[in-house]
Design a protein around this ligand. Structure first.
Ligand SMILES: NC(=O)c1ccc[n+]([C@@H]2O[C@H](COP(=O)([O-])OP(=O)(O)OC[C@H]3O[C@@H](n4cnc5c(N)ncnc54)[C@H](OP(=O)(O)O)[C@@H]3O)[C@@H](O)[C@H]2O)c1
Length: 385
């Protein structure tokens, strides 16, 4: 249980969720907070952590413990790559380990295996070596379910390392989750669905999931089921849910979805928000994948630019079309009236699109691309009456 004297060790603190978590923990009365941070051989972990926390704006105030201390390390290294002194201090004093570090790329398969599976093994070994039998909290993902479709999944149905997966990221997370849960160390697994950086004023975090949104301007149709839904949650909901679970004296389960469940909205609804935001003259058409024939593909993915954009979308399409939601009734029941605010995607989508379009790497259309798009729209309007 997280109390005002708990000492907490966090991995992945420079990431979206880990950074918000450290920020939130630092605002609570707590014992020590250590954050494991990767650095180049001569880099400063403190500077990296400080840089990450600043990406969220001002530090939250209210904490009465020591400020978070960044420790250089790497979850794939023996003894987590900690110096002997840091290793000994954390090993001796830690009460709760929150493992948020991961390779989250959808394309770097070998890195996913190395960081997510070997990393989890190292965290289990570290937990075993710790003096106080700490609780090992693992940030898994709701998508450990693999390639399911058109369903709402509960925690019992979910982890399927041996099933088909859309990519090595979710498969490696499923393997990692299973090895952690069968390790015998005290474990809590939380499985967020798709986490969006709502409220974090940083374009790069917004782009991590929604980077494909500006690219959609290049296309007039995509193979996405209009009535499918994807389960999304804002990052603060994930962090607040986790912290509140940890504050409970006893948990009924060792695994919780942190998800939106039935609150998810249909893609057709989101597409109209994209249309408005990008001032599309012709609404983006969502065509169910079963109706997306070769002919449709040739019609709508015709120019070199459209081919480039479509290739960039390919990794996301399977997830958009799964139409899978993740039940959150277990979390709701456990937290009761402390269940955190859960705004729908529609409440923060435009804020994220605005951030992305202001970002340094935003896709900007030159005058010739703008003219080509206007001509294309005119053709589509003429063809569709
Ligand atoms: N975001 C989502 O939609 C989502 C959804 C469900 C579950 N999750 C899970 O939640 C956790 C956090 O996700 P996130 O979105 O915050 O990820 P993220 O933004 O990609 O951050 C990943 C973090 O892991 C660190 N890391 C990677 N390899 C490492 C290594 N070898 N040693 C030490 N640290 C390493 C990264 O450090 P560097 O800064 O040095 O790269 C970074 O701090 C992950 O376990 C992820 O699988 C995320």
């Amino acid at each position: 249980m997280l109390t005002d004297s708990s000492n907490v060790f966090v991995t992945g603190a420079t990431g979206l969720i880990g950074g918000e978590l450290v920020r939130t923990l630092a605002a609570q009365p707590l014992g020590k907070i250590w954050a494991l941070v990767r650095v180049a051989h001569d880099g400063s972990p403190a500077a990296r952590l400080d840089h990450r926390l600043r990406r969220s704006g001002a530090l939250l105030t209210g904490g009465t413990g020591a400020p978070p201390r960044a420790l250089a390390g790497d979850v794939t290294a023996p003894q987590l790559g900690l110096s002997a002194a840091d290793y000994e201090e954390v090993r001796r004093d830690v009460d709760i380990i929150i493992h948020s570090a991961a390779e989250t790329s959808f394309i770097r398969a070998a890195d996913c295996r190395r960081t997510n599976i070997a990393g989890a093994e190292n965290l289990v070994a570290f937990s075993r070596a710790c003096r106080r039998q700490p609780l090992l909290v693992c940030l898994s993902t709701a998508y450990v379910s693999g390639t399911m479709a058109n369903t709402c999944i509960s925690e019992e149905d979910a982890c399927r390392p041996g099933s088909e997966h859309h990519n090595e990221y979710t498969r490696s997370k499923a393997v990692a989750e299973e090895l952690v849960r069968s390790s015998g160390v005290p474990v809590l697994v939380v499985r967020p669905s798709i986490v969006l950086s709502a409220g974090v004023p940083d374009a790069a975090f917004a782009r991590a999931i929604l980077g494909f949104a500006p690219l959609l301007r290049e296309l007039d149709a995509v193979p996405v089921s209009p009535h499918a839904r994807a389960d999304t949650v804002p990052v603060q909901f994930v962090v607040d849910s986790l912290v509140r679970l940890l504050q409970l004296p006893r948990l009924r389960f060792d695994c919780y979805h942190i998800s939106g469940g039935e609150a998810a909205v249909e893609h057709a609804h989101l597409a109209r928000i994209f249309d408005r935001f990008y001032e599309r003259e012709v609404p983006l058409r969502l065509i169910p994948p079963a109706q997306w024939t070769r002919e449709t593909h040739r019609t709508y993915v015709a120019t070199p630019e459209q081919r480039r954009v479509f290739a960039a979308l390919r990794n996301y399409l399977p997830f958009l079309n799964m139409n899978v939601l993740f039940e959150n009734s277990r979390l709701r029941a456990e937290l009761g009236d402390r269940f955190p605010a859960l705004p729908p995607f529609t409440a923060y989508l435009e804020e994220l699109l605005r951030l992305i379009s202001r970002g340094r790497h935003a896709l900007r259309l030159g005058p010739s691309a703008r003219a080509a798009r206007a001509a294309r729209h005119a053709r589509v309007r003429a063809a569709t009456g």
